[in-house]
Ligand binder design. Structure first.
Ligand SMILES: [Zn+2]
Ligand SMILES: [Zn+2]
Length: 245
């Protein structure tokens, strides 16, 4: 069974002290994908064909730019540019063609042509997101597999700090396809109450963080509020900062 392959990284994420174990899993996959992109792999033809075609989303371009391999990034981007320029050259005639409405386009979306279709597709694709998403989906399946089959994991799940907003929604939406009956009910109930309980805890941390700026509280302890902001950002923005690990 495929899920058995991923029980270690999933358990590892739930063993860490954090505001969302699903964010931790995704962060690890992302870090690995970034290291892979700027590692020796970019000299391999099949990898470069993919990065040339897909490019990177703005967030991942920003992350790549802040890594230490400027030469690697310049090489990757230069052939990506060559690919874009060749494609746009081929499609440039279409820019002057009358725009056509897409058959199944949403009402509010503007009509396009082959050039704008290409530009939009390019804009929406990312080599790193692609690489992360494939394994991430399997990790999510593994969470349900472990919840269904292991009492120890159910305990670990219930003892966690809950999830971020996006990942609670993901888990609740997916739950019905993996779990049934009592197990499904307990998963959704536990996930939701963990979310609320821990959102309230972080809210309290934020409030004490604000109160600490009152001169009357200067000598009071920080309690758990020192890192309230990065932890709050994990909860509502699914971002994990390095020191938060
Ligand atoms: Zn999350
Ligand atoms: Zn991306």
């Amino acid at each position: 069974m495929e899920e058995k392959l991923y029980t270690i990284p999933v358990n590892d994420a739930f063993d860490q002290k954090c505001e969302c174990p699903v964010c931790m899993m995704r962060k690890k996959l992302e870090d690995d994908a970034i290291a892979y992109t700027l590692g020796p792999s970019y000299m391999e033809d099949d990898v470069r064909m993919e990065t040339d075609k897909l490019g990177f989303c703005s967030r991942h371009l920003d992350v790549l730019y802040h890594q230490s391999n400027q030469l690697g990034l310049a090489i990757i981007l230069s052939t990506h540019f060559a690919k874009i320029n060749a494609n746009v050259e081929k499609l440039s005639g279409a820019a002057t063609q009358p725009v056509r409405a897409k058959l199944f386009a949403k009402k509010d979306s503007l009509p396009g042509n082959p050039l704008t279709d290409y530009l939009d597709k390019l804009n929406g694709s990312c080599f790193i997101c692609n690489r992360v998403d494939g394994t991430f989906g399997r990790y999510i399946n593994t969470i349900f597999y472990l919840y269904r089959t292991e009492e120890d994991f159910r305990k670990k799940f219930a003892a966690s700090n809950g999830f971020c907003t996006a990942h609670l929604s993901l888990l609740l939406r997916e739950a019905g396809s993996h779990l049934h009956g009592e197990t499904l009910t307990s998963f959704c109930k536990t996930g939701t109450s963990l979310y609320l309980e821990n959102m309230k805890r972080v809210q309290g941390d934020l409030e004490w963080f604000v109160d600490k700026f009152d001169y009357r509280n200067t000598n009071e302890p920080w309690k758990n509020s020192k890192d309230a902001i990065p932890r709050a950002i994990t909860k509502v923005g699914s971002i994990v900062y390095e020191d938060d690990k």
